[in-house]
Design a protein. Structure first.
Length: 260
């Protein structure tokens, strides 16, 4: 579609799936000229009479995909998500033409394993990364962790890992090299607890038959609530991990999950 008068792409919703009363996923058409790196985010919004209200959304589809997928929370009273949660196929979505973000391979030094640690909708950029063949060129092993309050909130992550393992482009790479570890904090499931506790108590590593984080070999991406990121930093910085950026790659990178 074309650009509107605000310099935004006007795209169309193609598909919406509500996972819980707090979470939904949607797909939109992709502007042909939009280029992005797997793991980046874009500013997205709905048309309005005045200036459109835009929020940052991680792109959950990989950079080669023909459409764009997003995973959103529904914030009660949230200026954008109150309306966005009602979108239907055919509705218009606005996108800013520029994408950005730190959850990209260039911000990390080379390593053996990539840990992608997420809470809630913070899983979205990692869905993009695990579906990109480049990720398997860079790392021997990819580990996605996803922690939510309840088991039904984990379903999008499960569906996406399954889709990755079926995807002809990456299924052979992902089959034995992509691991998924999911936990819940407010009800029982296979693993119960915050990811910080499951790391500290080595439950994550025992489950995957791996050793504790090692800055010589492991690289970590964090995406989720500010509190989780802060607490994870307090676990990994003392054992020698240092935060990377585009200018200066490091052994971990961080992005908060966006709300509003
Ligand atoms: P909890 O249920 O104990 O708050 P939310 O849905 O609020 O964004 O939270 C997503 C997940 O992040 C929840 O499982 C929540 O656990 C967890 N979480 C919240 N704060 C922290 C923290 N400081 N460290 C680790 N996990 C956290």
């Amino acid at each position: 579609m074309s650009m509107n008068s605000h310099g935004l792409f006007a795209e169309r919703v193609t598909d919406v799936q509500h996972y819980t009363d707090r979470l939904f996923r949607f797909r939109i058409t992709r502007p042909q000229s939009l280029r992005f790196r797997s793991g980046e985010f874009v500013m997205l919004g709905l048309p309005s009479d005045g200036k459109p209200l835009m929020r940052a959304y991680s792109i959950a589809s990989p950079s080669w995909d023909e459409s764009l997928e997003f995973f959103s929370i529904k914030v009660p009273g949230g200026p954008l998500t109150e309306k966005l949660q009602n979108i239907k196929p055919g509705d218009e979505i606005l996108l800013r033409p520029k994408t950005t973000g730190t959850l990209v391979h260039d911000a990390l030094l080379p390593g053996k394993r990539l840990y992608m640690i997420s809470t809630g909708t913070g899983v979205a950029p990692f869905i993009s990364i695990m579906r990109d063949p480049e990720s398997y060129d860079k790392f021997e092993q990819l580990i996605l962790t996803h922690t939510c309050r309840t088991a039904d909130e984990l379903l999008y992550g499960y569906d996406s890992v399954e889709a990755t393992k079926q995807d002809p482009l990456v299924r052979e790479l992902a089959q034995n090299r992509l691991s998924h570890f999911a936990s819940t904090t407010r009800e029982e499931s296979h693993y119960r607890g915050r990811i910080t506790a499951l790391v500290r108590d080595k439950i994550l590593f025992d489950a995957l038959n791996l050793q504790f984080f090692n800055p010589e070999e492991d690289r970590i991406m964090l995406c989720g609530s500010m509190a989780m990121i802060k607490d994870m930093k307090n676990l990994i910085e003392p054992v020698g991990f240092s935060e990377g950026s585009h200018q200066s790659p490091g052994t971990f990178v961080v992005e908060r999950a966006f709300v509003g």
